[in-house]
Design a protein around this ligand. Structure first.
Ligand code: CMC
Length: 498
């Protein structure tokens, strides 16, 4: 498909209104409409059914759906109507929630495809901007398309000056992820009036704005936490160089240079994290978006979901774990504690990958490359993590459960070696994943039959019972009253500690 970047006229527009105007005037409108149409996934027609027999002997037929890749799915959309039963699947371990044509994972083979291309090929031959283009538009850009897209992103990189005021409200030393959730949510107040998510052009505009502004938003989160002055992006730097520049540049040092190799490695890290089909944070963005909420508010919800140590917070947790293990001699006792379920081996295991995570292998190579570049090949964390990985992979507990290192096992070590502070690791994951989140949000909204996300539950609480007046109720919760902090009988004022 020849993807002209929607019209050269679109580059360097100054407002959404102008943008809409220009798109309307564009001669390429039909072509653009066709591109948008191709990006809308549709559920396939069912050619086969399966039969389900219920305890009362009733048999119903359910359609089977076949995608282009991956296991077939049983279409249970009409199950309740036909049978009076719901399905029970906490954590959606077996449940498809959407049709998508963005990313595919084969967990058994350890394969990850972005729009059909292997992650290894993308990581080796593309940069993050090309990856964003691919995820957003479905095709890799030509030289000209890439240039236009890159210009477009650069043009949108600066954040509104008012948004910067938000950072002043955070505690010094606040976790940058806490700041990120708040500030990205606040973006919705800058892009609310006039944002019509029914309009594909405006959805695209929102996507470009998000990708463009994330490096500056992420970098200011760090500089706020550190009490450092804000640095603004530069036109002569690439996307990833700009992020490193805004993170680390010293405004007093006019000769400050971005280390090209480290920027290149970080760019690969962004590619590896760009999308991962229906993971917790992406599913969160989709569910939030299914109510037709503002896209930036949906992305903030995704960031919140990503923060946890079971998901994107694992990269920070891996380094905390290695910090605690300290020396190789402590590995056997650590593994014993993990097998006793006292805690989990962070950076290990994955819901989908049951062979290996292809991103982890690339990450390990990047790790060696960075450590060699900075002259720390004997890095104690790398040695410790390699030994821990070896011990775990030889242990029956991990073998039986098919637990392998995931992308986060080595990413923390690479990021640390680049000089990224530990509490920024998940922020970088969020920066990278923003393209995945917004592409998935855009795909979902583009479908005409969007359904609000609304799971069912298996209720195991009280059946309906008779209401009791307060005077008749028993004093059931004496033990719990210790959590109420109000001191009874004390005279004078006490200082309330919020
Ligand atoms: N360490 C020790 N045991 C584990 C681990 C682990 N990292 N992961 C899973 N298990 C065990 C778990 O205790 C269970 O054992 P049993 O069958 O005896 O009850 C079994 O393996 C299956 O675990 P599960 O919780 O049902 O697996 P899941 O698919 O629901 O969880 C996971 C996937 C990634 C949340 C989990 O493997 C985990 O907590 N890993 C550590 C955190 C981590 O590295 N997260 C980053 C994931 S990759 C980046 C991303 O995409 O977010």
């Amino acid at each position: 498909m020849d993807l002209v970047c929607h019209s050269p006229k679109l580059v360097h527009r100054s407002s959404l209104t102008r943008h809409k105007q220009e798109i309307k005037e564009s001669k390429d409108l039909t072509k653009i409409e066709q591109i948008y149409k191709d990006l809308v996934p549709t559920a396939p027609e069912s050619k086969e059914v399966c039969k389900v027999t219920f305890p009362d002997g009733k048999i119903i037929e359910l359609p089977i759906l076949l995608g282009t890749l991956g296991p077939p799915m049983i279409d249970v959309r009409n199950l309740y109507g036909k049978s009076g039963y719901f399905t029970f699947d906490p954590g959606f371990t077996n449940t498809g929630s959407c049709v998508s044509q963005i990313t595919y994972i084969d967990g058994e083979k350890g394969e990850l495809l972005y729009r059909g291309y292997k992650i290894q090929d993308i990581a080796e031959n593309c940069d993050f901007i090309e990856t964003c283009y691919l995820l957003l538009y479905g095709e890799l850009p030509s030289v000209e398309d890439k240039k236009k897209f890159d210009d477009e992103i650069k043009h949108e990189m600066l954040v509104h000056d008012k948004l910067i005021s938000f950072y002043k409200g955070f505690q010094s030393g606040a976790h940058p992820m806490a700041i990120l959730v708040g500030v990205v949510g606040a973006l919705s107040s800058f892009m609310y009036d006039g944002l019509d998510i029914e309009d594909p052009i405006q959805r695209e505009y929102a996507a470009i704005k998000l990708i463009a502004k994330m490096p500056m938003i992420a970098a200011i989160s760090f500089r706020t936490a550190m009490g450092l002055p804000i640095i603004y992006p530069r036109n002569d730097l690439t996307y990833t160089e700009n992020f490193l520049y805004m993170m680390f540049a010293d405004p007093m040092d006019k000769d400050w240079q971005v280390d090209k190799l480290l920027a290149d490695v970080l760019d690969k890290i962004l590619i590896l994290h760009a999308d991962h089909e229906q993971n917790a944070s992406t599913a969160t963005v989709r569910i939030a978006g299914s109510s037709l909420a503002n896209p930036f508010a949906c992305i903030a919800a995704g960031i919140a979901s990503l923060w946890g140590p079971m998901h994107g917070g694992a990269n920070e947790a891996v380094l905390n774990m290695l910090d605690e293990i300290q020396i190789k001699e402590n590995i056997p006792s650590t593994i014993d504690l993990i097998k006793d379920k006292k805690f989990r081996l962070m950076g290990f295991g994955h819901r989908v990958y049951k062979n290996f995570d292809p991103r982890a292998g690339i990450m390990r190579t990047l790790c060696h490359k960075v450590l060699k570049h900075i002259g720390s090949e004997d890095d104690q964390f790398l040695e410790l993590s390699m030994e821990l990985e070896k011990c775990a992979l030889e242990d029956k507990y991990f073998v039986d459960r098919k637990l392998y290192p995931n992308v986060d096992y080595y990413s923390g070590i690479v990021l640390k070696a680049i000089g990224i502070p530990k509490d920024m690791f998940t922020v970088i994951f969020a920066l990278a994943r923003s393209i995945g989140w917004i592409s998935q949000w855009r795909e979902m909204i583009s479908e005409k039959m969007i359904k609000i996300g609304r799971p069912r539950q298996l209720y195991v609480g009280q059946k309906e019972r008779k209401f009791m007046n307060i005077a008749d109720r028993k004093d059931n919760f004496k033990e719990l009253t210790s959590i109420f902090k109000v001191k009874k009988g004390k005279k004078g004022f006490t200082i309330y500690n919020p």
